[in-house]
Design a protein around this ligand. Structure first.
Ligand code: SF4
Ligand SMILES: [Zn+2]
Length: 482
């Protein structure tokens, strides 16, 4: 389907040739391609009028005439305009012919017959072609990142679908939305509401840049245009993403992928257009639903965070069930270590874990077992205090920070690392992993906590040792899918 660069090519090639020529007669073979007025009125009113300088608006062509009337044309899927000598054999599906004063013919053909003409009289408002509802032209001086974020920034739809919304930006279709998103390094299925200010800026720069580039690549002489029968737009060798599934990415050489978004095929690079932590979070949340939270009781969280080290959650549940709802810091403080070891035996490493629980409880006693007092400690200092307790590693400290005291500190464990490695994020160390998550998310303990659960859920149910890639909601993003 012709998009802005192709329609612009038609305007430049045909427009310059018909300007100043008068319509002597019109032949209409398929009246239904004239949307309004009737075919008779269309022919009667236009005969004798002279073409002015052709214009384009989005994917519409506008033919102003010397009497003040104007023709509007949308080529839709397969519409095509050719300017030929009168004795050139007719193309199949030629539905309308303008016979011009210089002896040439402006012919409109359309295999699928979706293209439409409208005629508006001098001063008549265009209420039916759709032009009035078009959004901003990408080359409008007012077109900018702010315009895009204001008009699209609250939408949950994919950014690819939003770019094709003619009510916001005029002229972009399936081909150039892929090219623009590739150039802007944005994954096409991302919900528009997740884009950052910087990404809207990148997008607003890529849109006119890519469209101008393809307008330039479509440049050809009238003879070349005629030779290609108006179908050869010459941009194909220059496309970087669209239609190139499996071919190496022109930037990183990773094979390009294809997915269907809103019923349209979309090609993208899984590396250059990789999702950020926020995209992944939204996708996990949409796929696995609202996750569970650890216990509301801060001491239970601390207790369980130690128990779950090197074991499964079910053994932790078993140990807690044996306590029969009696768990409290005062009880554990008073309990002889051997008895505590016995209680937590199902979780393994009971001697070391009992010692850590005892030390953690002693630390909590410093704050009179009052979690409100602990919450007043700045997160960084609290993390240091927790890490100073024997047996409390970074992972346990972060679980306690997030789930017990609601301090945002992203939890990095074996699942987090596997999650990122499988998706193809090659991050050198935990500092880089922390930055990946924390730089893309609001500093919010609930989000960090939920994210951690979602990753667990994903790794336990889908991205297991032997992953179930076919059922995986992150498949389009994943470089390692098996
Ligand atoms: S596609 Fe497969 S390997 Fe990739 S995240 Fe999903 S389950 Fe894991
Ligand atoms: Zn790439």
């Amino acid at each position: 389907m012709p998009e802005l660069p192709e329609v612009e090519a038609v305007k430049r090639i045909i427009g310059s040739q018909i300007q100043g020529h008068t319509i002597e007669k019109i032949t209409v073979n398929r009246p239904e391609i004239i949307a309004c007025p009737s075919a008779d009125t269309f022919c009667r009113r236009l005969t004798g009028q002279t073409f002015g300088s052709m214009e384009r608006r989005g994917k519409f062509l506008i033919f102003p005439l010397d009497g003040g009337d104007r023709i509007v044309l949308h080529l839709r899927m397969t519409g095509c305009l050719l300017l030929t000598a009168a004795d050139t054999p007719l193309e199949a599906h030629t539905h309308l012919i303008f016979h011009l004063s210089d002896g040439k013919e402006l012919r409109f053909s359309d295999t699928r017959r979706f293209g439409r003409f409208w005629l508006f009289e001098h001063g008549e408002a265009d209420t039916c072609s759709g032009i009035a509802a078009l959004g901003m032209e990408p080359f409008d001086p007012a077109f900018c990142g702010q315009y895009l974020s204001q008009n699209l920034g609250k939408r949950k739809k994919s950014i690819k679908e939003c770019l094709m919304d003619q009510h916001v930006i005029a002229g972009i279709g399936n081909i150039y939305s892929d090219e623009i998103l590739f150039a802007a390094r944005i994954f096409p299925a991302r919900p528009a509401c997740g884009l950052t200010g910087e990404e809207w800026e990148r997008l607003s720069a890529a849109i006119p840049e890519r469209l101008s580039y393809f307008i330039e690549k479509n440049e050809m002489t009238p003879e070349e245009y005629l030779q290609g029968k108006g179908q050869d737009y010459r941009n194909t060798p220059f496309l970087q993403a669209y239609g190139r599934e499996g071919a190496p990415c022109p930037v990183c050489k990773e094979p390009l992928r294809r997915m269907v978004i809103g019923g349209r095929s979309s090609t993208y690079c899984p590396v250059c257009q990789a999702a950020n932590a926020d995209d992944l979070y939204r996708l996990l949340l949409a796929s696995y639903g609202k996750p569970r939270w650890w216990s509301d009781d801060p001491y239970t969280v601390m207790f369980q965070a130690v128990l779950v080290q090197n074991t499964t959650w079910s053994t932790v549940e078993k140990a807690c069930a044996a306590l029969d709802g009696r768990l409290s810091p005062a009880l554990i403080q008073a309990l002889p270590p051997e008895e505590l070891e016995e209680w937590i035996r199902p979780c393994g490493f009971c001697k070391a874990k009992a010692r850590t629980i005892k030390d953690l409880t002693a630390w909590f006693l410093k704050y009179h077992f009052d979690s409100r007092m602990v919450r007043q400690i700045p997160g960084r200092d609290l993390r240091k205090e927790l890490l100073s307790i024997r047996g409390v590693g970074k992972e346990t400290a972060d679980v306690i920070l997030v789930y017990a005291f609601h301090k945002p500190s992203f939890i990095i464990d074996a699942y987090t690392r596997r999650f990122l490695a499988r998706l193809g994020y090659d991050l050198p160390d935990d500092t880089a992993v922390r930055h990946f998550f924390e730089s893309a998310l609001p500093r919010d303990a609930q989000i960090y906590g939920w994210y951690h659960w979602l990753i667990l859920d994903h790794c336990i149910t889908v991205c297991k040792k032997t992953p179930k890639c076919d059922a995986c909601p992150l498949k389009p993003y994943c470089r390692q899918r098996l």
